[in-house]
Design a protein around this ligand. Structure first.
Ligand SMILES: Cc1cc2nc3c(=O)[nH]c(=O)nc-3n(C[C@H](O)[C@H](O)[C@H](O)COP(=O)(O)OP(=O)(O)OC[C@H]3O[C@@H](n4cnc5c(N)ncnc54)[C@H](O)[C@@H]3O)c2cc1C
Length: 371
């Protein structure tokens, strides 16, 4: 990914999830020097745990501030994934697999939203549903289901590995197992970061610490409202891809990968920083998924995990400069759609840093500081 004006500043990015890595890549490609400080290992938190659907689940349920950013960012994805594949040799498996939305949902709002936003939509035809017998039943002969054929997916762990390689190839320095403990301030600016592995200074500082962003900012967090929201996910393995489309019903989704892996997600739980999985969630997801895909019955569970999404009010991330410290920035709070929003959010932040015109009004993301 490239574009935008050149810059010669040096930055420290706090947190190496998809948002930190995408931000670093963007800045490096524009000539900046970047060091990423990561508390654990690169890309092992929410970004690893996510499903990789490149769209809000039911886009018509979200405010414009969310869909404007997801649409802009999703449109950058195919080229971004290609460029990462070419540069790293790791294929993030970007695929416009389409998403089939099953009832119940507000069909009228859905149709209107798709028309207003120029989004391709089809009533699920008999032919489209043939690969998924149960869907025929759910969709009915009249086609009560909606197919969004342009919705794409990626495989998060692969995307993260490709992105890491790209960041390092561009000269980015990544320091793992290095927790940022404190922000040292003086003269209206950040002077340094105190960390478990020493003190680090740069001209600019960017917090991309996901669900932990408020903790990292500490007394400088203003009214930033980002907190963890646990999501649990199940993984199964078939001999071949069991579904043609991503399948969505309410908050349940099934994502079929090329190699036969099937992801079932997800829960949305307000349990603080607790990343444990629960048997109740496992049983509930499994049972509901089986109703959509009976072939799941008897399939062994390959893996069950949980991740902590960076939850923000109305799912609107905070992107931009700190209200008082003029070399401190945030790019966080992407809640349910941080993978989708990653390249777009990185572009918006780098536009702000270089004074490049924004692709649309980004005021709502600056409001994330809560002032
Ligand atoms: C179950 C589940 C399903 C999801 N499905 C989708 C989906 O289909 N599509 C989609 O677009 N999004 C999805 N998401 C949301 C998406 O994964 C997140 O919005 C996104 O990963 C947030 O990225 P991030 O880089 O901000 O956070 P993270 O990936 O959590 O990265 C933050 C990093 O900061 C580090 N850090 C924290 N504190 C410190 C510190 N003090 N010092 C240094 N480093 C620190 C952490 O270790 C971590 O590596 C899903 C999330 C979950 C949990």
């Amino acid at each position: 990914m490239n574009g935008g004006k050149e810059m010669s500043q040096d930055f420290i990015v706090v947190g190496a999830g998809i948002i930190g890595l995408a931000t670093a890549e963007r800045l490096l490609a524009q000539g900046a020097t970047v060091t990423i400080l990561e508390r654990g290992a690169v890309g092992q938190e929410s970004s690893w745990a996510g499903g990789g659907i490149l769209s809000p689940l039911c886009p018509w349920d979200y405010p414009d501030e969310v869909t404007r950013l997801t649409s802009y960012s999703a449109a950058l994805f195919a080229a971004w994934a290609d460029s990462l594949h070419a540069a790293s040799g790791i294929d993030p498996e970007y695929e416009a697999s389409g998403m089939l939305v099953l009832p119940p949902f507000d069909a009228c709002a859905a149709q209107q939203w798709c028309v207003a936003h120029g989004v391709k939509v089809e009533r699920a035809s008999r032919a489209a549903t043939l690969a998924i017998p149960i869907v025929e039943k759910e969709a009915g002969e009249e086609g009560n289901a909606l197919l969004l054929p342009e919705v794409a997916q990626v495989r998060n762990p692969r995307l993260l590995r490709a992105l890491r390689k790209r960041v390092e190839a561009l000269g980015g320095r990544i320091i793992e197992h290095c927790t940022v403990h404190d922000i040292v301030v003086g003269g209206g600016q950040v002077q340094a970061l105190a960390t478990a592995c020493g003190t680090f200074s740069a001209q600019g500082y960017i917090v991309t610490a996901g669900a932990w962003s408020k903790q990292v900012l500490g007394r400088h967090a203003f009214n930033l409202d980002i907190k963890p929201a646990r999501g649990q996910m199940l993984l199964f393995r078939f001999a071949a891809a069991p579904l043609r489309f991503i399948l969505l019903q309410g908050d349940l989704y099934l994502i079929s990968r090329r190699d036969g892996h099937l992801l079932v997600g997800s829960t949305l739980e307000d349990v603080g920083f607790d990343k444990q999985t629960t048997m109740a969630a496992r049983d509930d997801l499994f049972e509901r998924a089986q109703r959509l895909l009976p072939a799941l019955a008897g399939m062994p569970l390959v893996q069950h995990w949980a991740g902590l999404r960076p939850a923000s009010p109305r799912n609107i991330p905070a992107i931009g400069r700190h209200p008082q410290l003029d070399n401190l920035y945030i790019n966080s709070g992407h809640f349910r759609y941080g993978v989708t929003m990653a390249p777009g959010s990185a572009a918006i932040l780098s536009n702000e840093l270089t004074g490049t015109p924004q692709p649309f009004d980004v005021t709502p993301y600056r409001a994330g500081w809560g002032i």
